[in-house]
Design a binder for this molecule. Structure first.
Ligand SMILES: CC(C)(COP(=O)(O)OP(=O)(O)OC[C@H]1O[C@@H](n2cnc3c(N)ncnc32)[C@H](O)[C@@H]1OP(=O)(O)O)[C@@H](O)C(=O)NCCC(=O)NCCS
Length: 196
């Protein structure tokens, strides 16, 4: 039995699923992904609660992280602290991500100042994965800096003098980044077909 699991769900990115109803659907799908991940590590079933900063809380001895963005929802559970983040490379909030990307960081990713959207989103999801592992939100983003990249989706970040490894994988038009001490392979959850 693994001590960490990461599950994800994809759905069509339809205009009808934008806005509040879409967010609620994606939240529920991230819970579906979490149930799948929980089953795969053999953890006991539990109701998720949140810290005052919004970080999801699991029973003692377990850590969880969730992410959802248009068309994609994922969740991970691990014995060690874990943070995951996913974004579409055609992300509407690309401007904010670009503002957080320094010239040095883009150079480490082999990109110039006018880096393409995919590179900027890769960097952003890596930072968010670190910040989620630490239980912080975006407030910590300026203290999180890319310091090395293997070029194969393995990123190394510095946060206040401590190093954090992130593994990023491209899944269709999404980057999914995870920050954990464990190797976690994302597994797709197949949703049951709705009855006709
Ligand atoms: C955590 C945060 C980085 C998530 O960013 P995002 O890309 O918009 O959203 P994602 O779908 O990837 O992640 C959402 C999940 O992150 C988790 N999360 C929220 N705050 C978290 C924190 N402090 N630490 C770890 N995980 C957190 C929750 O599980 C949340 O799922 P839920 O909305 O179903 O409860 C961001 O929401 C944030 O910084 N929140 C803190 C509060 C804050 O700064 N608010 C200002 C925004 S106006």
């Amino acid at each position: 039995m693994n001590s960490a699991a990461l599950s994800y769900v994809t759905i069509p990115r339809e205009p009808a699923l934008l806005g509040r109803p879409g967010i609620e659907l994606l939240r529920s799908l991230s819970r579906v992904a979490l149930q799948d991940a929980i089953a795969r590590v053999g953890a006991p079933a539990f109701e998720i609660s949140s810290t005052p900063l919004g970080a999801p809380e699991a029973p003692v001895g377990w850590h969880v992280s969730k992410t959802h963005t248009e068309g994609f929802a994922a969740a991970a559970i691990s014995r060690a602290p874990i943070g995951i983040d996913a974004e579409c490379i055609h992300r509407p909030r690309l401007r904010a991500a670009k503002e957080c990307a320094s010239r040095e960081e883009l150079a480490l990713l082999g990109a110039a100042n006018d880096a393409n959207a995919s590179t900027v989103v890769l960097l952003w999801t890596g930072k968010e994965a670190v910040l989620k592992k630490l239980g912080l939100g975006l407030t910590g983003i300026s203290r999180c800096r890319l310091v090395a990249s293997s070029g194969a989706g393995q990123l190394l970040f510095d946060f206040d003098g401590t190093r954090h490894e992130v593994v990023s994988q491209r899944i269709g038009e999404y980057w999914l980044s995870s920050c954990s001490l464990e190797d976690v392979l994302p597994i797709r959850v197949k949703l049951e077909e709705s009855p006709a």
